[in-house]
Each structure stands twice: as structure tokens, then as C-alpha cells.
Design a protein around this ligand. Sequence first.
Ligand code: GLC
Length: 535
Amino acid sequence: MYDSNSPDWWKYGVVYHIYPHSFKDSNDDGIGDIPGIIKKLDYLKELGVDAIWLSPVYSSPMVDMGYDICDYQNIDEHYGTMDDFKNLLAEAHQRGIRVIMDLVLNHTSDLHPWFLQSRSSRKNPKRDWYIWRPPRKGQKGKKPNNWITNFGKKAWRYDHKTKEYYYHSFFWQQADLNWRNPEVKEAMFDVMRFWLDMGVDGFRLDVINLIYKDKDLRNNKSRVFKKSEIHNRNQPEAYELLRDFRKLLDSYPGKTSVGEIYTPPPGDPFLAASFLGNGTDMLHMVFDFSLIFTLWRAPGYYKTLTGYYEKIPADGWPCFFLSNHDIGRSIRRLLWEWSKYERAKLHAVLLATLKGTPFIYYGEEIGMENVTIPKTHIRDLYGRLLYPFFRGRDRARTPMQWSDKPHAGFSKETPWLPVAGNYATVNVKKQQDDSNSILSIYKSLLALRKKEVALQKGDITFLGKGENNILAYSRVYGQEEIIVLLNFSRRKKKYKGAFGNAALLFSTHKSTKLSETGVVLQAMEGVILKRSLAG
Ligand code: GLC
């Protein structure tokens, strides 16, 4: 059984990612909030969630929806008060649910008092807390180097008062901190202690590989894919910092961390896993994006998954996610409309049975989809800046679909983003009453994962390489073996193997028959079997 008191809870439990603006609005201002999350804790418990990760809830001008923080030790008024947060912690803990905070170490809001001081004069003691440079010598108006932001714009902003540029990896309202200054580290480690002392259970570290930049700020070469020629990320000092971070976390029992290491397609599991160090001295887990970029074919999934597992150090721990607030919802990638819910169910089986911690993005458990937001309603600044080429990231941030009531039961007032058009049919209430719904499938799978130790702790071995478009693997713990068969195909297929002595634990289709010669899998069917290896 899963033990929420074990120091290893984060390996065997299930994490649910909440986008606070869109989860549940308790005061009917159209914006989700912390008391709303508290109201839904019982729902999460029933679903089988063991921890929640909250996208940032700190005070913020919301230029980047909370990823631009102006007070790291306060709760934004949209979400409630510090007392509400403490209440959330207590209520979650009472139910055995842990709380993971998002922590943005790379940059602050330009309205953070540190930056206001830093920009006030070149002589201000906080000047060096950020990355300031004069225009290139002899070249008036020239930016210090050729670095660009993560969305392809120039990454230096000129400050007319002090006549220097500051560096920003994202919007210009998000100034990058200078981690080469030890005072910055001290201040941020104090922030971490503040939350750890309060009882939070860990951190998700935002864009952690960006934290250090080349100290000479050398130009990036145009061949952007050659790692050695990129100087505004992945610096050796980041690894040193994470060692100290881990020491701090380890001084509090039972805490965890997960780092975001975004890399463009096809992803870079080697880079992601490098931030695990030897598996026990840096991050506890890292998000690797290669699965997100893998096409819907069993051999492709096999290749991606084995590629990622190979890179995880012996003492390290994998984790998996299919959707998030930036990259969009997984159902978007499930190409054919007609089978999208079948595929979502198959994805659920995958997430719940792989070796590694599953992260579920809110709404994924009911098959919420990306929503096309009309131009007038786009809230993500990227969408407004890059429209019509990119409509931004709002598509996967729409209100949680709780019921078929107005505004999907998210709020009584008009929500900050439009609700998806399909809310009358795709919602929690409806799926709760349907034993065949995606929600019911998730519930059964998470319950199974809690019950079966082999699904939590067992080693994973792939059975074949995705031949016949079936992804097959086995999880072994002690004398118990769990076998997972996932038919990625739109056709009925037979998986050959002697399963006469196995028990059927789960199937997405419920009609499965095992025999001495194999299992017949319906189109898009996922099956979980169990057998004893004893005797
Ligand atoms: C991360 C967040 C994203 C944010 C960016 C800057 O990638 O997930 O939402 O815009 O960092 O903080």
C-alpha cells in the first residue's frame, strides 16, 4: 500500500498540477483561488492524488500569470491570504495530500523591491543582484550581446535613467537575477526556508537550467542546437547550486523537488537527467519533454521511454507528465478526433503504470482539451505579442469543467478565460456517474497503483520494442510481476504470450480474455495483468 508518511512518498505517490487561476473560484470574481482549492480537496483525495503542485500563488503583477513574482513571502490577493494558504496546507495534510510550491529563482518581477532598488542607481547595493551591462563599447544603442528571450525577442532592455541594459530571459517585466552574487542566493535560500518552515512539502523549480549565464556573456552562435555554443543556460554553476539546494531540502525530512528543463523538440533527456546529479545530491526529479514530442506510435514511445530511463542515474527517480500550462494538453497531440477519448484512456494507463512519479495536469483526468481563444479574450501576453502566428498558452488554462452548470460550475460569474465549448458533456459531474469515463478510468488506475507495490516500486523491463504497434512492459517487485499491454493501433491486435496463469487486473475495454497463447487487444485497448513468479 502507498504510505503518505514515508519519506519516499514523492516516488510512489501521484502529483496533481493545479493552475490556480482556473481550478475553482470560491468568491465569484471569475478567478480561481485557494479557498476554491480547499473545497475540492475531497475530490482530489477521491481521485487518488497524493500531492498537489500549485503554479505560483505569490504576489504578482500577473504579466506572466504569477511567474513574475514581486513578493516571494506573500500570497497574491487574487488567490486569497496567507491564512488561506496555511489553511490549505492544514486541510491538505489532514487528508494525506502534500503541497508542492512553484519556485521561480531565475527572475523576479520588475516591480519586486529588489529590482526597484537595483534599477534606481548604478551605485545601489542591489545593482549587482541583476544582470546589468552598458551598451557595447563605442556602439551607442548596441545591446551587450545577441541573446534572445525564450520567445525569440531581444533579451536586453535599456534603462534610460541609469543608461544600461538589463537581461531578461522572458518578458522585460521579468528581470533575471544575478546568481553570481552570493547575496541573491542567501536571500532566495531564506525564501525557501520560510516556506519549508511553514510546512510545504517541496518545490517545482521553474526553468532551473537557465539560472546561470556565461560569466563573460559570450554571444550565442547561430547554430542554436549545438550545446557548446549556447551561453545563456546550462552552466556548470547550476549544478553546484543544486547541490546546496539539496542539502537545504534534506535538512527538512521528507521534502521533494522537481526541475523544469525545457528543451525544444525532440527534447533532451540527457540534459534533463544531468540535473539529478548522482540521483541523491541534486534534484529529486526532472521534467523531460521528450515524451511530449513523441508521435503516437508504440515503437516511438518505446524509444523515447527507454532513452529517458537509460539516462536516469542508478539512485535517481523518473517522473512523467503529458500536459502542462505551457505546452498544452495531451489530447491535442492525439491526432484523430474519433478516437481521442480512447487514446486519453490509453495515456492514463501509461502514466499510471510506468516506473516513475505521474504528474496529472488539472482536467486531464476528464479529457479536457485545448481551447481556441478568440483574439479579444487572449490573456497570455505571448499570445498578444505573437498573434496570429501563436495565440499563446491560454488554450490549456481554461476553467476546470466541474459540471454542466453555467461557467462549468467553476464560478458564478464570467471566468477570466472562456470555458471550453464542450463543458456540458465533458465535466466531472457527468463522468463521476459513468463507470466508463476517463475519470473513472483514472480513479481505478490510481487505486490500483496504490494497492500494487510492483506498480510503485517494481523495476521496468520492456517486452519487445513496440512491434505490432503494441507497447508492452513488465514491472517486477519480489515475486510479483505486473504486465502492461497498450495497443496503440486502430485495429484489433493479438499480443502473443502465455498468460494462462495471469490475472486480469484492469482493462480499458472490459472484454479482455487471456489464454495460453496470448491476449486479444481491441483497438486502443490497455490491459494490466498480474502473475506470480514464485515456483
Ligand atoms: C516556465 C513556466 C512558464 C513561464 C516561464 C517563465 O517555463 O512554466 O509558464 O512563463 O517559466 O517563468
